[in-house]
Design a protein. Sequence first.
Length: 510
Amino acid sequence: MRRSLEVVFCSIVMALPVSVVGAQMQMPMDPNMPGMQHDMPGMQHGNTSTPQGKPAVVAPQNHENGLLQEPENPEHKTGSNLPAPELLKDVATHPPMALADFEALADANNPTLKQANAFVRRSQEQARQARLYPNPSVGYQGEQIRGGSYGGGEQGGFVQQTVVLGGKLGLRRGIYEQQKRSDQIGVEEQTYRVHGDVQQAFYDALTAQATVQLRQRLLGVSLDAMETVHQLANVGQADAPDILQTEVEAEQAKVDYVTAQRHYLQTFRTLSALAGKGELPVSPLQGELEKTPGLNAEQMVDSIVADSPTIKRAQQEAAVAQARLKDAKRESVPDLQLRAGEQYNGEHVRENPTKAAGAQSFASAGINIPLWNRNQGNVGAAKAEIERAEQDVARAQLSLRQQAAPLAQSYLSAQFEADRYKTQLIPRAARAYELYLKKYQNMAQAYPQVLVSQRTLFQLQISYLMALHDVWRSAIALQNYTLTGGLDTPMSSGSSTTTINLPNTGGAPE
């Protein structure tokens, strides 16, 4: 290949982005886009274009033996040479969206957050129901009723009330108040799950968008190279292998470009679903992929174990179990049953056989004697539940440490990898590409080696993006206490029962 290829191949070095501002994405991309220019160390760029902007076709000496190995008809192009589909051509018509936009959408529309808040309201209403006093009873009472000529008997009405003793109503309510606190922690936990998944999906999509931009630039370079090789073949300065190889590179670039576009569409749809707006039109993203968060990863592991909502909720579940034990111990206290009424006694009095006894009152009071059933089984079960809940706190702490420790190492590894790509690997690969290109221009290097160095440089740029992506994923997981499942059904510490302290149960518990 000749000096005319220097403009074509060197342009890839200038086009490879290391700082991505996604909101500037255009289809096709503007080469002057912010974040798309980056001069690689050791690269000098010459101007070998014609006044019309086309690469100049220069005809220097032939290869080392002075002859083309296999001349190729410059008019012949293998395959159909169809253009790559532009799947994102309408994306730039929509306003750019930042991470904060998706988090706001998720807070307002993600159904799991609404479910978690519904659990809080349910526990609040269950607590209100549990403390309601038993309803009184009224009725008719008749005794010794005789008919015919005898008459007599006693008939009247009564009022009956159960008086709950031992503060049991307050203890029953306390169970659901503690359950409500657990569900409030559940809202916080689910918020971290949703925000964590939204953030992960956003940087997945931002990386995919940056990859589309890289693949598009490579496609442009590959197409330019193919056209230049055919021009060189027209003046007898390109071999058939050179032509075929550039055609292969161009077709592969088309495949990679279309794949990158489809991957962006996929990641954006995942992001919009987590935000609760699955029908959201595909838009460009605005974010700084290179501006990774600086974390003390190992210290964060201890912070996660100590402060995670998962741990707080497990501790609150132990408090719920304690409330159930207090209630179970007090349930053996009997309730007082009061009954009073007024009735008419039709029995004739002895002093005046023609006169009835008339109105009279009655009253009764009683309690159950906790002789056989002192709720001892439920008390024992509540004690076992406390032990289970306390062990669940320890289990959750160990589980979180098990999840967070590898994430901390992954974060540190990805951060180191990204730094080495940026400061060591990419500059060296750029310099190697420059040297191979110069050697080829001087007939001291075969053309395939130029392609190998070009591929190596481009692949390092892709690997750099993937390393940045891994830094973000690990950092986001650590910042959100390793919580995931933004569309998983949230869990409640209580049950969905609607039979708590029913009106006809006399104030008995569920």
